[in-house]
Write a protein that binds this ligand. Structure first.
Ligand SMILES: CC(C)(COP(=O)(O)OP(=O)(O)OC[C@H]1O[C@@H](n2cnc3c(N)ncnc32)[C@H](O)[C@@H]1OP(=O)(O)O)[C@@H](O)C(=O)NCCC(=O)NCCS
Length: 178
């Protein structure tokens, strides 16, 4: 089923079972903000920022809808100074949809959408205590058969407030999957 993004462009929808993946529209922003809050391990941004994200970065983001419910989302962007790198900012899956491969499906969907446009690396940051997130990106790198390099992007001192360090995962080079 085609949907329209903020620019009115029809976007591709991928459906498996009752869950549909597609680029977000501004109508998804409030639900993304709520899901980010419910996830508990995420730094929750303002509601406004999710709306703005859906308007301006829909092409590098994805939502998973299960009927009326938002089952998950990924927000991402192409680095302005390095547009072949897709930075995956936040990944969230609702508690009722976890451990069913949905985060991997969303990441694969986003990368499949991005590689034809020149993206050849995925970058993300993960806090060392976040095993599900670590497993998500290591599983992705393994499936692609590519290297995953790690270094600290932002230290505890830089982040403050007792925030753990954010470890950068750089995955690639990616190739179009056949
Ligand atoms: C991280 C998160 C998005 C994973 O979503 P998910 O749909 O449950 O993940 P998937 O089912 O696609 O699993 C991806 C991989 O992680 C592993 N995994 C997922 N949850 C796990 C857990 N709780 N413990 C251990 N491994 C886990 C899976 O086994 C899978 O690895 P595999 O392919 O080697 O088997 C979800 O747990 C979440 O929303 N957490 C809160 C928000 C957050 O911390 N986001 C990440 C930081 S931005």
């Amino acid at each position: 089923m085609p949907r329209s993004d903020a620019s009115g462009t029809a976007t591709q929808v991928e459906a498996t079972g009752s869950v549909q993946l597609c680029a977000p529209t501004v109508d998804d922003g409030a639900d993304m903000w709520r899901l980010a809050g419910a996830a508990q391990t995420l730094d929750v941004n303002s509601r406004y920022s999710y709306l703005l994200w859906c308007r301006d970065f829909a092409a590098t983001s994805v939502v998973a809808r299960d009927g009326e419910q938002l089952a998950g989302f990924i927000t991402g962007y192409r680095r302005p100074s390095l547009p072949e790198t897709l930075f995956v900012w936040q990944v969230a899956v609702s508690p009722t949809h976890r451990r069913q491969g949905l985060a991997r499906r969303m990441l694969d969907h986003l990368v499949d959408r991005s590689t034809p446009h020149g993206v050849d690396h995925v970058e993300a940051t993960v806090t060392p205590d976040n095993l599900p997130s670590t497993r998500l990106f290591t599983s992705f790198a393994t499936a692609y058969g590519v290297e995953l390099k790690r270094d600290v992007l932002f230290s505890e001192a830089m982040l403050g407030d007792g925030h753990e360090a954010e470890v950068r995962f750089l995955i690639g080079p990616l190739h179009d999957r056949t």
